[in-house]
Design a protein around this ligand. Structure first.
Ligand code: ADP
Length: 161
């Protein structure tokens, strides 16, 4: 049987426990899961791609079937180049749904061979986003319970606390 490979694309600026939850559950379903940092020059980021890559690699090293990569351009094209059958995305709120529905339909137009699969957030992660982690940290708040320890270290350095 062929391996079932999925790509989990995102900005991961930075990786949060919400992302790790999706990675953990995705890794149980697929033979291989590629966490893929989407390089987008139009988005300003707190961490550069190498920093994000290091943080993710350190945080997911205990999953034997998870690898980390970065890509530019269309997610679907990248997924095809990796022989993936699916793109994995997480859903938190209704606000995510609208955007994700559009993306999934657009991606299906580009290639009907790649299926977008959604996983509902866990109840403990539904309020966690990279955006609010950055905002709370910037204002000196505690984000310890929202991100992996390796990410927390980098955030502390970035914000000097
Ligand atoms: P993007 O800029 O592509 O939205 P993100 O890094 O913000 O990238 O998110 C990547 C994926 O992870 C998206 O599908 C997003 O909905 C999902 N995600 C982010 N945070 C959570 C969370 N707390 N629970 C479930 N899914 C999440």
């Amino acid at each position: 049987m062929t391996e079932r490979i999925a790509v989990y694309p995102g900005s991961f600026d930075p990786l949060t426990n919400g992302h790790v939850d999706i990675i953990e559950r995705g890794a149980r379903i697929f033979d291989k899961l590629i966490v893929a940092i989407a390089q987008n020059s139009r988005k300003t980021s707190l961490f550069d791609v190498d920093e994000r890559m290091d943080m993710i690699e350190q945080s997911v090293s205990h999953f034997s079937n998870v690898t980390v990569d970065a890509f530019e351009g269309l997610t679907v094209k990248y997924a095809i180049s990796k022989n993936a059958c699916a793109v994995l995305r997480g859903l938190r709120a209704v606000a995510d749904f609208e955007y994700e529905l559009q993306m999934a339909n657009m991606n299906r137009k580009i290639s009907s061979n790649i299926e977008t699969m959604f996983m509902m957030t866990s109840d403990k992660c539904f309020f966690v986003s990279s955006q609010n982690v950055k905002e709370v940290a910037r204002l000196g708040g505690d984000v310890e319970e929202l991100v992996p320890s390796q990410v927390l270290e980098k955030i502390k350095k970035k914000f000097d606390f």
